[in-house]
Ligand binder design. Structure first.
Ligand SMILES: [Zn+2]
Length: 329
């Protein structure tokens, strides 16, 4: 059997492992993302590649390549990080493949982190054999990956499919991208917690709900998970916030459907830990929005590959792009 080294670079942690074509994770290691300079990240990546290559050698596992997924705009052809994200310090303008190629003979593929998530779901998860799909990751932000005609959509310089920054309200709150009313400010975990804090600020009933009075005094304890707990317990303010999050997401999804004509939307990320009812609500909402012939046939599914999806998606790149091998043996 053949394996590859997968590396998933996020704002807080870097996950790396040895993974098979079918997505089995043989070995996985997690590191904190260095916050000093780009060189500290590169140094860590070199160490990871060296150590995993050695492990594969001693365990007699054949490696076919290295696949990296990272936040930011990526020039896939050149293997370069053009501009990173506010979440990873100094992660701009890095000729990553050229740098890492000096330390290994294995072919290296570098792709945007949500693109590899979409790739993982299309190759091994909810979207198997689906040629036109959109994958959305609802976490700290809202990330998007688009597969159209079987190919990832990257745009002119790797910045395509920034679906979290589709605006659903041109008079809405400022997003950290500089735009206003992006779906990310309503439907990300961060957005849901922010809306709840704003509702609590405005809550004026001193005889009112004990939970709300408590969290009004302790706004730092408000997380999206808490909002969902309160929602599930029927708390009116939390119910309103969750409805806004679902509504914003549904409007954005309908715009995506109008633009890309996908047959499937896959929803993943921390917010989706809530489960099937959340997806059912989105299905109901989009059922009354938009162009019927485009929207009605679209399947809305939850991501299947779980927390390792980014790592697996990064790792399968050598097979998807680089080498034509029979993986059934
Ligand atoms: Zn934005």
């Amino acid at each position: 059997m053949e394996y590859s080294i997968g590396i998933d670079i996020g704002g807080t942690k870097i996950a790396a492992g040895i993974i098979s074509r079918e997505g089995s994770v043989l070995i996985k290691k997690v590191f904190s993302t260095p916050q000093e300079t780009k060189n500290s990240i590169i140094q860590l990546l070199e160490n990871i590649i060296f150590s995993l290559t050695e492990t594969a050698r001693t365990e007699e596992k054949k490696l076919v390549g290295i696949g990296i997924g990272t936040a930011g705009q990526i020039d896939f052809e050149k293997g370069k990080v053009l501009s990173g994200t506010a979440n990873i310090r100094d992660w701009n303008n890095v000729a990553l493949r050229d740098i890492l190629s000096k330390k290994t003979d294995l072919p290296i593929y570098i792709e945007n982190d949500v693109n590899v998530l979409a790739l993982a779901e299309q190759q091994l998860g909810a979207g198997r054999n689906v040629e036109n799909l959109i994958c959305l990751a609802l976490g700290t932000g809202v990330g998007g990956g688009v597969i159209t005609g079987g190919e990832l959509l990257r745009g002119a310089w790797g910045g395509g499919a920034e679906l979290g920054h589709i605006t659903v309200n041109m008079n809405g709150p400022l997003c950290n991208c500089g735009f206003q009313g992006c779906v990310e400010v309503y439907s990300s975990g961060t957005g849901i917690a922010r809306m709840m804090r704003e509702e609590l600020d405005a809550y004026r009933d001193s005889e009112g709900n004990n939970d709300l009075l408590y969290y009004q005094k302790h706004p730092k304890e408000v997380t999206s998970r808490l909002v969902f707990e309160l929602n599930n317990a029927g708390n009116e303010v939390a119910v309103k916030v969750v409805e806004t999050a679902i509504n914003a997401l549904s409007y954005a999804i309908v715009s995506m459907i109008h633009t890309f004509n996908p047959s499937m939307i896959i929803l993943g990320g921390g917010v989706l830990h809530e489960g099937e009812w959340f997806i059912q609500k989105v299905r109901e909402r989009i059922g009354i929005l938009g162009i019927r012939s485009l929207v009605d046939p679209v399947e809305i599914k939850s991501a299947q590959l779980g927390d390792d999806a980014g790592l697996i998606g990064a790792a399968i790149q050598p097979w998807v792009y680089g080498i034509d091998v029979d993986v059934t043996n």
